[in-house]
Design a protein around this ligand. Structure first.
Ligand SMILES: Cc1cc2nc3c(=O)[nH]c(=O)nc-3n(C[C@H](O)[C@H](O)[C@H](O)COP(=O)(O)O)c2cc1C
Length: 207
């Protein structure tokens, strides 16, 4: 089985909805096992309740878990034009994996939810890929074979760099069917690539 992890952080549920669509897409590829996991929360419980964060019973991942997957799909809201601190903190704790080249050659993909169309949607998709390239991961985007991203009718999330949705300034806008289809497409795309690479030893030792 090709092992895929969909790892995400979400305060208000938009990224979670996309994460479930990514997992659904990955599971649609035969021979694929998919786990859905959260990165640990850093906001205190009393603040979470005060600002109305959504409850999420999805199991929490530890950085060491990453090594056991063939591909990891990372989901984060856009916060101040980049990934959430919760996700960055999680990646910063994976230094031991970096030191052992443990993630080299694994497939990675990114998706996001952003409040406004031009509030950092593509910047988040691209900048989240930077640490993943430091790990030596191979980045899979959301290619134009997902034609839904080419429409100029209405608001559409996502880009060639990854799937996405636009939550609206007050977070009241749910992911559209096109946005969810993009996430499912990306999940299946990652699973197919990871399946092809399974068994390839890309962790070449340093010369
Ligand atoms: C602290 C904070 C910073 C944010 N920064 C941005 C931003 O830079 N650009 C933007 O368009 N939306 C921004 N937002 C809105 C979030 O992107 C939006 O709430 C998020 O996409 C919802 O995802 P979630 O439901 O999975 O938490 C911000 C929200 C918070 C709470």
């Amino acid at each position: 089985m090709t092992r895929i992890l969909v790892l995400y952080y979400s305060s208000y549920g938009h990224v979670r909805a996309l994460a479930e669509a990514e997992a659904e897409g990955a599971r649609s590829v035969p021979g694929t096992h998919v786990d859905l996991r959260l990165v640990p929360e850093t906001v205190p419980e009393d603040i979470r309740q005060k600002v109305g964060f959504a409850q999420d019973e999805t199991p929490v991942a530890a950085p060491a878990d990453l090594e056991s997957y063939d591909a990891i799909i990372f989901g984060t809201p856009t916060l101040f034009g980049m990934m959430a601190g919760q996700m960055k903190s999680f990646l910063d704790q994976a230094g031991g994996l970096w030191a052992r080249n443990a993630l080299v050659g694994k497939v990675a993909a990114v998706f996001t939810s952003t409040g406004s169309q031009h509030g950092g949607h593509e910047a988040t998709l691209l900048s989240t890929q930077i640490p993943l390239q430091h790990f030596g991961m191979l980045i899979a985007g959301m290619p134009y074979t997902f034609a839904g991203q080419t429409t100029a009718e209405g608001i559409v999330g996502g880009a060639p760099y990854g799937a996405g949705t636009i939550a609206g300034a007050d977070g009241s806008r749910a992911p559209t069917e096109t946005d969810l289809a993009g996430a499912r497409f990306q999940g299946a795309h990652v699973a197919r690539i990871a399946g092809r690479l399974a068994g390839a030893n890309l962790q070449v030792e340093a010369a």
